[in-house]
Design a protein around this ligand. Sequence first.
Ligand code: NAG
Ligand code: NAG
Length: 393
Amino acid sequence: MEGPALLRLWALAAPCVAAALALGVARAAVPEHRVLPELRVSAETGAVFVHELEREPFLEAFAGREEDDAPVTFRAHLWDHPDLPRWLRFVQRDGGQPGFLYGCPLAAELGTHRLQVLAYNRRTFATVSQSLVISVTPAPGGDAPFRAEFVVGDRNVEELLPEAARELFLRGSAGVWGRGDLHVINVTSALDRGGRVPLPIEGRREGVYVLVGSHSPFSPCLLAAVSPQSRSRCHRGQRPLASCYDTFAPHFSIRWCNLTLQEVRPGPTAPGPVWGSGVLEEGAGFEPPSAAAPRDVLPAFLVTLLVPLAVAALLCLLLGHLMCCRREGLEKRDLQTSDLQLFHHSSIAGDTRELRAMAGSRDVRRPLSTLPMFAVRPGQRRDPAGSAPLLPR
Ligand SMILES: *[C@@H]1O[C@H](CO)[C@@H](O)[C@H](O)[C@H]1NC(C)=O
Ligand SMILES: *[C@@H]1O[C@H](CO)[C@@H](O)[C@H](O)[C@H]1NC(C)=O
């Protein structure tokens, strides 16, 4: 008895359960998407460009429903393309850290690059997008010819990208170089140069290559660190020759054995694009030219319209005069012809008319002599015996 009753209950309940499930699935399948206002930044050729993707603006845009420390991951790609431009790289350690877009644009990258940045909330799967426009301008002083690449052993790449860390690094390199006009050209993770992922032990880092450029020659200290004696000491596992105090200590531990110095001779640089007067300054708004002063176009209009009309009217008059007033009519012809001739002519015309009238009223048969077979041509002879009768019998 109980079996069929249960079955009936289940049959009633099943559609409700299915509807509730479907509703829940539909809710979860459509996460929110918001768009932040466009952001414009600028970069210079020959210097490192770093854009930090901070989590806060994106967290605010996630409607603030979740607590503020939701993990956020970023993705970035060229607008309408799947990947980043060649010179730009992206790094984010984990959802609790900011992301960094960084790279060094060269002369080939002059112009604007439009990226789309997508932020995912890892709790709600909501997304926020922002378009980022990077305008790359030429470096005012040209490329730095003297470059030193330091290998920092105790850092990950994203730890050297914030402005403050780069400033600290430049202060250290200014100490060993003895110059103040240094700037960071490129920052690269050692992993991108074939380095190994460090063991997950506290304090182990990937290592970072930092390329620093200057317009002034290398200091004796740097030259000593790359000298053959120094290199041979490195091969023997000893410390390199140090002729000066390591001003990076204690913030950064530099691997002095891996220091490389490059001197880039400025080759014949291709002339860059020349900015015409139509290019707006950065940040300047477009001011349209004032409205043109109203011009008096009536004289031009009249000349264009009236002169052809007047010429056409003149031609019309001339033609009309020639055809109507200068016409040589019947009277003039008659006046110029002698009376005798006129009389002769009019009598012939009268006779012809009379003959025609008579011919029209006659209804006898036409004489055979008028038929074409009797039309004898001049000089032709006809045999009278074989000739046909002139009149019908
Ligand atoms: C910067 O480093 C990256 C990665 O090593 C490299 O591909 C790129 O050519 C470098 N850029 C410059 C201007 O040296
Ligand atoms: C650093 O220099 C040492 C000694 O010259 C060399 O064995 C090692 O491969 C270098 N490491 C890197 C990451 O270039």
